[in-house]
Design a protein around this ligand. Structure first.
Ligand code: SF4
Length: 362
């Protein structure tokens, strides 16, 4: 298939890996920000192609994984109401809250529906005027434009029974939090290509300069990732720290300006808690005052719900790259994809799920 097969060529992958081996003279720690990249790395054994000096640290870029426990509990409280149709992408249904997940709520009679677009939830609201319809609006900058569009469309259509439980998070503040942490080991970043396809990469040069850290915008196919690693290692070895775009077929410096305008119209910056990590200042979006009527948290009075993270699950350390998933004592024992203790074992982009599904038990 065009744009896929040519980025999965084994011979070119071996040549790129050989080039990384040739230019590497000492240990380097490189973080791939996105969970989709983590899965591609583990699925294709990319980390095993690299010289032992190169450590890939798996970053917090899995939206399902970083959604705080209390937000899951708020979703469960809203979805359990008899007057609500609760709409979500499918990957949120098995994420454990404090006591159950959305699948359980559905099994108990709640009207929980999987949709493929937030606009589907708007349509459901229009077709069910006697029900409250809530969309679970989580994710990074990638999913946010469609969510913003849904709110705009609902407002334009005068829908009073549509709202959104918003828990959006942003990549640049997360990079800043990782780099300023006293426990940080990351020396270069592979930035998430799909986030940059929306936002561009104009936000990154000040970060690269401030922390003297190379940032390479990287795609998701094996050759994309190897090329991102090659460019990061080249910069590290040369003592450089700039931003490079290794994903030009999808990303421009400016990004998608109409999408950014839509985001600025609907959302404003807010402090956001990241599951297992804590609050990162100005690291998320919430609805602006002009759209606050569509805020499910206020409409259903769930803002005060608090939750206590599991004492067993070490996903916070996994998400910060402090431990590998198979270093968690519960990995593959109490915690499996069938019996997940944390979101990183549930999500299709979760690092724990990647290690489990591709047999990285040691
Ligand atoms: S293996 Fe399970 S318990 Fe351990 S960090 Fe991952 S999700 Fe949490």
């Amino acid at each position: 298939m065009r744009y896929l097969a040519e980025f999965r060529d084994g011979e070119i992958a071996q040549r790129l890996a050989a080039e990384v081996r040739r230019i590497t003279t000492r240990p380097w720690a490189i973080m791939e920000v996105c969970g989709g990249q983590t899965h591609a790395i583990i699925r294709n054994g990319i980390d095993q192609l690299l010289p032992p000096e190169i450590e890939l640290i798996h970053g917090p870029g899995c939206p399902v994984c970083v959604t705080p426990l209390e937000v899951i509990d708020k979703a469960l409280a809203i979805a359990s109401r008899p007057d609500v149709i609760f709409c979500s992408f499918g990957d949120m249904l098995r994420v454990p809250g404090s006591h159950k997940d959305l699948f359980r709520v559905k099994g108990e009679g709640g009207d929980v529906r999987v949709v493929y677009s937030p606009l589907d939830a708007v349509t459901i609201a229009r077709d069910n005027p006697h029900k409250q319809v809530v969309f679970f609006g989580i994710g990074f900058e990638t999913t946010a434009p469609a969510n913003a569009m849904a709110v705009v469309v609902a407002k334009r259509q005068g829908l009073k029974n549509f709202s959104m439980l918003v828990s959006h998070v942003l990549v640049p503040p997360a990079i800043e939090a990782i780099m300023s942490s006293p426990t940080n080991r990351v020396q270069a970043f592979l930035a998430a290509g799909h986030v940059c396809s929306v936002m561009g990469y104009w936000q990154y040069p000040p970060l690269a300069e401030k922390y003297h850290t190379p940032i390479v915008v990287t795609g998701f196919e094996p050759l994309d990732i190897l090329e991102g690693i090659r460019r990061a290692v080249r910069q590290l070895e040369a003592g450089e720290a700039c931003v490079e775009n290794a994903y030009p077929r999808a990303v421009t410096f400016e990004g998608n300006r109409p999408a950014q305008r839509m985001l600025a119209e609907v959302f404003e910056l807010t402090d956001r808690a990241w599951r297992g990590i804590g609050v990162i200042p100005s690291s998320g979006w919430r609805l602006r005052d002009a759209y606050r009527d569509f805020d499910a948290e206020a409409r259903f009075d769930v803002a005060d719900i608090q939750a206590q993270e599991s004492a067993v699950c070490r996903s916070g350390e996994v998400l910060q790259g402090l431990i590998k998933p198979n270093q968690c004592p519960a990995f593959g024992k109490q915690c499996t994809p069938r019996t997940p203790l944390g979101a990183t074992m549930v999500s299709s982009e979760g690092a724990c799920a990647a290690y489990y599904n591709y047999g990285r038990f040691a």
